[in-house]
Design a protein around this ligand. Structure first.
Ligand code: 13P
Ligand code: SF4
Length: 327
């Protein structure tokens, strides 16, 4: 299997059209003692077969404590890579190796190393949406759930580089009143929300609360009634007395919002064009068919150099420890 040829990031094997993927996935998970972890941005059918659905922090915590022999990560590459770093002895599978991330891609290790060297007295906090190479160059990893608490936990005079998301960095900087050196990276999905269209939607639905992910630009966040990670947005929509929400993040989260609050209305915020651009094209590469093939053939597998895994582990563990204390 090591020499297997992937076609477009997965085994791309012709499957029998009669196969019931849901049934087969459940059977193979049980038989091989697999835990299927899925991010909220996965399609509804994948969320329905997952053992755990969560945001980046929840998924990393779940990966850390799993007793399963195999982890199948229905998310993007940096998430599966994080699960592998936390479990070097386990097999970690991803349905499609090409499920990348524009934000992780916006921070190449060579350039980041030079950037870090130009700010020698700074501590490096990196958002988990980055490659293992960037994690290895960082002091602490954070997610959108714990970035604020982690930055606030550092001494006031500690100089900070925040990478790679400039929008999350600017939001944390504004909340804490701390200046941080920001890497100029962004998520292609969260950068596409259009302010004028959002305001028009708000005029049409004046009773709706705007809830947004902090990867959005400041001009969008300025109009949000609540800002938080995908899990925080979901929890807010459950707790709020409001009955209508304009949701400014990837549309996958709307499935759990609607499931948890069937009496409420959730409206996806519009992007600045007519395509389905608030769907993450990387997250949406995963399908039930690819999950079935991955479980059956135990490929594609995340394979990493031991030294890279060792170097990138400490900053992730620091995040998990701080999260337990602070969040
Ligand atoms: P969270 O999972 O932290 O909400 O981040 C969203 C995201 O863009 C994941 O790629
Ligand atoms: Fe990356 Fe953005 Fe997709 Fe998340 S939504 S995986 S940050 S491109």
């Amino acid at each position: 299997m090591k020499d297997i040829l992937y076609k477009e990031g997965w085994l791309n094997i012709k499957t029998d059209p009669a196969i019931d993927f849901v049934k087969e996935i459940k059977y193979l998970k049980e038989k091989k003692n697999v835990v299927l972890l899925a991010h909220y941005y996965q399609t509804n059918d994948i969320q329905d077969v997952a053992d755990y659905i969560g945001d980046s922090l929840g998924l990393a915590q779940e990966a850390k404590k799993t007793k399963a022999d195999i982890i199948l990560f229905a998310g993007v590459h940096f998430m599966a890579e994080t699960a592998k770093i936390l479990n070097p002895g386990k097999k970690v599978l991803i349905p499609d190796l090409n499920a990348g991330c524009s934000l992780a891609d916006s921070c190449p290790p060579k350039e980041f190393k030079a950037f870090k060297e130009a700010h020698k007295d700074h501590i490096v906090i990196s958002y988990i949406n980055c490659t293992a190479e960037i994690k290895a160059l960082s002091d602490i990893i954070c997610t959108s759930s714990n970035a604020l608490a982690i930055v606030e936990s550092l001494p006031k005079d500690q100089k900070i580089i925040f990478a790679p998301d400039k929008n999350l960095g600017a939001y944390i900087s504004k909340k804490t009143g701390r200046e941080m050196v920001l890497w100029n990276g962004a998520c292609m999905v969260h950068e596409l929300f259009d302010l004028e269209k959002l305001l028009n939607l708000k005029i049409k639905h004046p009773d709706a609360e705007v809830i947004a992910h902090p990867e959005c630009e400041a001009k969008i966040l300025d109009y949000a009634d609540f800002i938080g990670s995908t899990t925080a947005l979901l929890n807010y929509s459950k707790k709020s007395k409001n009955k209508k929400f304009i949701v400014v993040t990837e549309t996958g989260i709307l499935y759990q919002m609607q499931k948890n609050s069937p009496e409420k209305t959730f409206i996806p915020a519009p992007p600045d064009n007519s395509c389905a651009c608030n769907e993450c094209p990387y997250m949406k590469r995963n399908t039930l068919e690819k999950i079935y093939i991955a479980l059956k053939y135990e490929e594609p597998e995340i394979r990493m150099e031991n030294t890279l895994m060792e170097k990138s582990l400490q900053p992730i563990l620091r995040m998990l420890e701080l999260s337990e204390k602070l969040v």
